[in-house]
Design a binder for this molecule. Structure first.
Ligand code: DQA
Length: 147
């Protein structure tokens, strides 16, 4: 165990709070990251939160997580529905990954129903707003610390 979790936020999530608040809520990305950091800290687990709009950057970050992190919590945002490259990166590394979405992608437009990454992750948490991340974190902390 490395006692470290990597949280990756995909494209447009830097706009959280201002972006379609009726769908994604009013909580900003920094608020989400702060909440995750303080929760993880209480369990003695370090957390790194990174947002990237570029697909290739996310692929590189996933590749580099190998051997450094116990879990990845990933909201791949729109790339969820399109990116074979992100899916292949998750499959290539040995870091269990939890897929997270603020909105319930299954009750939105049809093109959001399909997740290319779902078959290579531990599981998917969608529809709980900012709490989706917290639910993912609490699963990862349980596995890491045995709490
Ligand atoms: C999202 C859902 C995606 O369909 C969308 O492209 C996003 C955010 C979510 O968190 O609900 O950007 O991943």
């Amino acid at each position: 165990m490395h006692n470290k979790i990597l949280v990756l936020h995909g494209p447009n999530l830097n706009l959280l709070g201002k972006r379609e608040p009726e769908i994604y809520g009013k909580t900003t990305l920094e608020d989400i990251n702060e909440g995750l950091r303080s929760r993880a800290e209480k369990s003695g687990v370090a957390i790194e939160c990174i947002q990237a709009n570029c697909e290739g950057k996310l692929v590189t970050l996933i590749q580099e997580a190998q051997g450094k992190y116990d879990y990845i919590i990933l909201n791949a945002a729109a790339y969820t529905h399109t990116s074979v490259a992100i899916r292949d990166a998750i499959a290539a590394v040995n870091v269990p990954t939890i897929e997270v979405h603020l909105s319930n992608i299954h009750k939105r437009e049809e093109f959001r129903h399909k997740s290319l990454i779902a078959p290579v992750v531990v599981g998917q948490i969608a529809g709980f707003g900012a709490d989706s991340y917290m639910l993912a974190l609490s699963f990862a902390l349980t596995k890491i610390t045995g709490e």
